[in-house]
Ligand binder design. Structure first.
Ligand SMILES: Cc1cc2nc3c(=O)[nH]c(=O)nc-3n(C[C@H](O)[C@H](O)[C@H](O)COP(=O)(O)OP(=O)(O)OC[C@H]3O[C@@H](n4cnc5c(N)ncnc54)[C@H](O)[C@@H]3O)c2cc1C
Length: 432
């Protein structure tokens, strides 16, 4: 048995693990060791990539590129390939992933199973919008070839399907042309949520990437820094040096607490406000700033942390986000990493996919047991009232009732489940 935890480090659970290294062996391994669950880089925060007491099929060894057409930008690869390796293969050849999350240390399988989104949802949708084809292996040995126009029902169940419909063996992804690794970025301070929404509305037509850091702790709530960026031509700046900062151990208590937060957030806002303006940023610095700090998740101490990410429809978005920030600032708990972002008009192709039109707020909270759970219940109530949902890639605790109410395509999804696959999350939210 091996101890495995997810990114939030809330639970250190014992698992049987099976490391997969060759495509040809996967069908036999998953048939013989079912029920189990595919596990990529464990960058999901909660219980979705865990199967305590059961089997995990580790995909890190399925990391081969199979075919890359430099003319069309179409890439066929195994599901354990890291987004980082795709970027490093493709960018020097004039191609890039159209959609990428805030870390490149995730696998293609994990990115599909959560239908991850990036900072350009309003322009490029989510990851699945760029998947042309997948090979899905069921634990009974069936192999299903699917894509947007081939067995589209299997495709819709599997993208955003939390790894529960089968094992994704390979995927074909359409990359997009890019002029080089540089983006021209602009940072604009804003004083309140009204200004945030005005900036978002004014930027989406001309800027591919938009995102903002929001100060969740300042009184009144809602000031922040809005960032927008477009790919640009070559830059005179040097590419960033390789990562060299690391959090070497788990401190005995969380380094994130009401005192450090208040000081950090005020300092961050004021320093960045003074430096606001335009700058050239390499794509790795722009998209993946946290990847430079190895093991940053340890700073929350031995009890780990929760990420709360929700999405609320745009109509009531400002009111709902304001109410959430008010609740958070009242408790004094909260996050250095508070991200606010609008989504465009495309809903996820996936039956359980998270993205849909609206505005999303994501915050990290140190695990303070019942106190944290009480706060999350208040936030859930606001999200539910606004007709929103919580992102399952980040979740470890929403109720089954809230899940069923907010993921309205659940009944359509359930028939596609593979009975040989189970996770801590599926047991919590679906009963098996
Ligand atoms: C710093 C940071 C920033 C992030 N930013 C974003 C963001 O901006 N946007 C966003 O959407 N997400 C974001 N995430 C979440 C992350 O992108 C997702 O959780 C992603 O799915 C993790 O991929 P993984 O390879 O680690 O998969 P895991 O976490 O190991 O697994 C995730 C799911 O994928 C399934 N899975 C993995 N491989 C396969 C396979 N071969 N076949 C079938 N199922 C499979 C697993 O069973 C599980 O259900 C962020 C995470 C971190 C740590």
């Amino acid at each position: 048995m091996v101890t495995v935890s997810s990114w939030g480090r809330l639970e250190q659970a014992e698992h049987h693990v099976q490391s997969l290294t060759h495509r040809d062996e996967v069908a036999d391994v998953i048939r013989q060791s079912r029920p189990g669950l595919a596990h990529g880089m464990g960058r999901s925060y909660g219980d979705e990539c865990l199967n305590p007491g059961g089997t995990l099929w580790l995909t890190a060894g399925l990391d081969r590129f199979i075919r890359f057409n430099e003319e069309t930008g179409c890439l066929l690869c195994e599901s354990g390939v890291l987004l980082r390796d795709i970027q490093r293969l493709a960018v020097p050849r004039g191609w890039i992933l159209p959609v990428t999350p805030g870390t490149q240390l995730v696998t293609v399988g994990g990115a599909i199973a959560n239908d991850v989104h990036g900072k350009n949802h309003h322009a490029y949708g989510s990851f699945a919008d760029h998947v042309r084809h997948m090979t899905l292996l069921r634990t009974d040995g069936d192999m299903i070839e699917c894509g947007p126009s081939q067995h589209p029902e299997w495709f819709a169940a599997t993208v955003g399907g939390l790894g529960l419909t089968g094992f994704i063996l390979t995927a074909e992804i359409q990359l997009r042309r890019v002029s080089g690794p540089w983006l021209q970025a602009e940072t604009i301070p804003y004083r309140n949520l009204h200004e945030f929404f005005t900036l978002a509305d004014a930027s989406e037509a001309d800027w591919e990437h938009t995102v903002s850091w929001v100060d969740c702790i300042s009184s009144g709530g809602g000031r922040g820094l809005f960032m927008r960026a477009n790919y640009s031509g070559p830059s005179g700046a040097a590419a960033p040096a390789a990562a060299n900062i690391s959090m070497p151990c788990v401190p005995p208590f969380s380094l994130v607490n009401p005192w450090t937060l208040k000081v950090f957030n005020a300092a961050y806002f004021n320093v960045r406000k003074r430096l606001a303006g335009q700058e050239d940023l390499h794509y790795e610095r722009f998209f993946y700033p946290l990847d430079n700090i190895t093991g940053w998740n340890r700073m929350y101490g031995p009890k780990g942390f929760y990420q709360y990410q929700c999405l609320v429809p745009r109509a009531d978005g400002q009111q709902a986000i304001q109410a959430m920030l008010h609740e958070i600032s009242r408790t004094g708990d909260g996050s250095f990493l508070a991200v606010l972002k609008t989504f465009g008009s495309r809903a996820s192709l996936g039956m359980l996919g998270f993205p849909q039109p609206g505005v999303t707020l994501a915050l990290d909270f140190p695990n303070q047991g019942g106190r944290s759970l009480t706060l999350f219940e208040r936030l859930d109530a606001i999200v539910r009232e606004a007709g929103g949902r919580v992102y399952l890639a980040k979740d470890a605790r929403i109720s089954r009732d809230f899940f069923e109410a907010s993921y309205s395509r659940l009944a359509e999804f359930l028939p596609y489940r593979d009975p040989g696959i189970t996770s801590a999350m599926s047991r919590r939210l679906m009963g098996s």
